[in-house]
Design a protein around this ligand. Structure first.
Ligand SMILES: Cc1cc2nc3c(=O)[nH]c(=O)nc-3n(C[C@H](O)[C@H](O)[C@H](O)COP(=O)(O)OP(=O)(O)OC[C@H]3O[C@@H](n4cnc5c(N)ncnc54)[C@H](O)[C@@H]3O)c2cc1C
Length: 529
C-alpha cells in the first residue's frame, strides 16, 4: 500500500489479520528483513515507534565499507562479508551507494607503523578481489588533499570504499517492500507483547503515536522480530530476559564543505588515543567522526554530542588540518548515534565486537548489532531461522532494487534536462515511480536548495509519497537539510512551507507547531552547544 494521502488510516484498518511476521523497528535491520521477507511472499508488517530510520540508521558515519579496523581486531568474517556486501550494493544501489576514495594518512605520532597498515590493506584488497591500493609520499598527498598539512605526515595509503545516505537507504528498502505487498507503519509503538499460555510470544499491542488519532490494537503473528537496535533489551525484558547490550555513542561534526574541502575521505589515528578518525565529503559538506563512548542507560531517541566529545573531535581536526584553522564556528551541525554491541565487559568500548547477534527466545527473534553495510546478511540469517518455524520460504520473487535504467544507459526523466548523474541520484533515491512527479515539477522546484545537492521538488515528492508525519521527518531524514544547512535550514522554512503545507494537509496552527517542534529538536540534539 503506497504512502499517499490517507495511507495511515488504510494501514490501521488492515492490521487485524494473521501475519506471518511482525517486525518491530524501522531502521536498516527491520527494513532489510521486511525487504527480503516480502520478496519471499510472507505476509509481513513492520512497525516503528518514531519515524522510519530515526534511530541509529540516520546517525551512522554513512560509510558502506568493509571496515579495515575490524580486520585489525581479527573480525575476519565480518570484514569479508562487509567487503562483498559493499561491492553488491555499489552495483545494485548505484546512485545511492557511491564509490569513494579514502586516504589513510600515516603520522609520526601513530602507534601503528604505516607498513602494518599497508599489509592489512593488502589482505583487505584480496578479500575484495581488487588491487586499487597505492601509496603516496607527503608531497603527493598534499597535492591530492591541499588541507592535509599536518607537520608529522609520513605517508599515505589510498583505498576504495563507498558512502551513502543511510536514512534514504532505509526508505528505499521500505518503499520497495511496500510495493511488493508488505506493510510499514511509522509512529506506531509496540507497548507490550502478546503471549500464549505457555509464554511464547505470538503478537504485539500497538499504539498510534502520530498524535493525530488515539488508537491501539492487538495483532497476532506467527513470529515477532525485535529489530529495535539499541532498544532491543527493552522488549527482551518483557519476556524476562537479562539485558545483553552495551549502548555506545558515536558523535560526528558536520562542517561546511568550503571550510574543509575534500574530494575524497581522509582517515588517520587520533593523536590522543590512536582511535581511527575519518573526514568524509558527503552531500557537499564534510562529516568528521567518530567518538565511541559508553552512553549509559538513558536511551533517548535523540542522543546528542557532549562537549568533551566535541573537543576531542576538534582537537583531531586541528592536528591534521592545521592550516584550515578550524574552530567551533565552522561546525554546521552535529549528530550522535547509539550502537548496540553485545556486552562482554571490555574496558575499552572500541574493543567490543561489531558483529550482529541473533537470539530466538520464547518466540521473539531479536536481531541486533552489526552494520548498515551488512543489512542483507542479517536479514538472510534471520529468515533462515524463521524458515525452520514457518516451513519452506519461497524466495522466487527477486527483491532487487527497482531502479530502471534504459538499455542505452539513458534514464527515465524524459522531459527534464537534468544531467545523467543527477537523474541517477533522483532515481536511486525516489525510485522509477517518482519520474512523473519530477517531470511535472514547476521550474522553480528544480532549483537547488541552497548549497545542498537537493532540489525543492524532492521536498514535495517526500511530503506527498514518503510517509512524512512531522516536519523533522522531512528535514532530517527524507532530505538531510537539518544536517547540511546552518541553523538546521530554519531560514528556508517560509519557502518550504509554501511547497509542503498543503501536501501534508496541515493548517496554519499545525504548521506553526511543526516548525517550533523542529526548532526545539534541532537545538536540543543537532546544534553544537
Ligand atoms: C556512530 C555510529 C556510526 C556508524 N557508522 C556506520 C557506518 O559508517 N557504516 C556501517 O555500515 N554501519 C555503521 N554503524 C552501524 C549502523 O549504523 C547500525 O548497525 C544500524 O544503523 C543499526 O540499525 P538498526 O535497524 O538495528 O537500529 P536502529 O536504526 O536504531 O532502529 C531501531 C528502531 O527501533 C525503533 N523502536 C525501538 N523500540 C520500539 C518499539 N517498542 N516499537 C516500535 N519501534 C521501536 C526505534 O525507534 C528505532 O528506529 C554506525 C553506528 C554508529 C552508532
Amino acid at each position: 500500500m503506497q504512502w499517499t494521502k490517507g495511507w495511515r488510516d488504510r494501514v490501521w484498518s488492515q492490521l487485524d489479520q494473521p501475519w506471518d511476521l511482525i517486525i518491530i523497528g524501522g531502521g536498516i535491520t527491520g527494513a532489510g528483513i521486511l525487504h527480503q521477507a516480502t520478496g519471499a511472499k510472507l505476509r509481513v508488517l513492520l512497525v516503528e515507534a518514531d519515524d522510519f530510520a530515526s534511530g541509529t540508521s540516520s546517525r551512522s558515519s554513512k560509510m558502506v565499507h568493509g571496515g579495515l579496523r575490524y580486520l585489525k581486531d581479527m573480525q575476519i568474517k565480518m570484514t569479508l562479508e562487509s567487503v562483498r556486501e559493499r561491492e553488491h550494493l555499489l552495483k545494485e544501489r548505484r546512485g545511492l551507494v557511491n564509490r569513494l576514495g579514502f586516504m589513510y594518512s600515516s603520522l609520526e605520532s601513530d602507534h601503528l607503523p604505516g607498513w602494518v597498515f599497508a599489509a592489512g590493506l593488502s589482505i583487505y584488497h584480496i578479500m575484495a578481489r581488487q588491487w586499487p591500493q597505492r601509496s603516496y609520499d607527503v608531497d603527493d598527498m598534499r597535492a591530492f588533499f591541499p588541507p592535509l598539512t599536518a607537520p608529522g605526515l609520513r605517508r599515505g595509503y589510498r583505498y576504495i570504499e563507498a558512502n551513502t545516505d543511510d536514512a534514504r537507504l532505509v526508505l528505499r528498502l521500505l518503499l520497495e517492500s511496500v510495493s511488493y505487498g508488505g506493510l510499514a507503519l511509522n509512529y506506531a509503538r509496540v507497548d507490550s507483547l502478546l503471549k500464549t499460555r505457555n509464554g511464547q510470544v505470538c503478537g504485539v499491542v500497538l499504539r498510534d503515536l502520530s498524535g493525530e488519532v488515539e488508537r491501539q490494537v492487538e495483532i497476532s503473528a506467527k513470529i515477532v522480530i525485535n529489530a529495535t537496535g539499541v532498544w532491543a533489551d527493552e522488549l527482551r525484558g518483557k519476556i524476562e530476559r537479562e539485558p545483553r547490550l552495551r549502548p555506545l555513542r558515536g558523535s560526528h561534526l558536520v562542517l561546511a564543505g568550503n571550510r574543509l574541502p575534500l574530494a575524497q575521505a581522509v582517515t588517520f589515528l587520533h593523536p590522543h588515543d590512536g582511535r581511527p578518525m575519518t573526514a568524509m565529503p558527503w552531500e557537499g559538506a564534510t562529516i568528521f567522526g567518530t567518538t565511541h563512548v559508553d552512553h549509559g542507560s538513558n536511551l533517548q531517541t535523540d542522543p546528542r554530542i557532549s562537549s568533551s566529545e566535541a573537543e576531542y573531535l576538534l582537537e583531531a581536526l586541528r592536528f591534521v588540518f592545521p592550516g584550515q584553522e578550524l574552530n567551533f564556528n565552522d561546525v554546521i551541525s552535529t549528530f550522535s548515534g547509539l550502537r548496540p554491541v553485545v556486552n562482554t565487559g571490555k574496558a575499552d568500548p572500541s574493543k567490543e565486537s561489531r558483529e550482529h547477534a541473533i537470539w530466538f527466545e520464547n518466540g521473539l527473534l531479536t536481531v541486533s548489532g552489526g552494520k548498515l553495510t551488512t543489512f542483507r546478511i542479517m536479514a538472510r540469517d534471520a529468515l533462515r531461522i524463521i524458515g525452520k518455524h514457518l516451513g519452506q520460504i519461497d524466495y522466487s520473487l527477486d527483491t532487487h532494487a527497482l531502479i530502471s535504467i534504459q538499455p542505452d544507459g539513458g534514464i527515465l526523466f524524459g522531459d527534464l534536462a537534468l544531467p545523467p548523474a543527477e537523474q541517477l541520484r533522483l532515481l536511486a533515491r525516489y525510485g522509477p515511480e517518482s519520474t512523473q512527479l519530477f517531470n511535472a515539477a514547476p521550474p522553480q522546484d528544480l532549483e537547488p536548495v541552497s548549497s545542498t545537492p537537493y532540489v525543492f521538488a524532492e521536498l514535495r515528492q517526500a511530503a506527498c509519497t514518503e510517509g512524512v508525519i512531522h516536519l523533522d521527518d522531512l528535514l532530517l531524514r527524507r532530505v538531510r537539510l537539518g544536517l547540511l544547512l546552518p541553523n538546521g535550514g530554519m531560514e528556508l522554512l517560509p519557502r518550504i512551507r509554501a511547497i509542503i503545507q498543503s501536501e501534508c494537509g496541515w493548517d496554519d496552527a499545525r504548521w506553526e507547531k511543526e516548525a517550533s517542534d523542529y526548532a526545539e529538536l534541532w537545538n536540543r540534539a543537532y546544534r553544537l552547544c
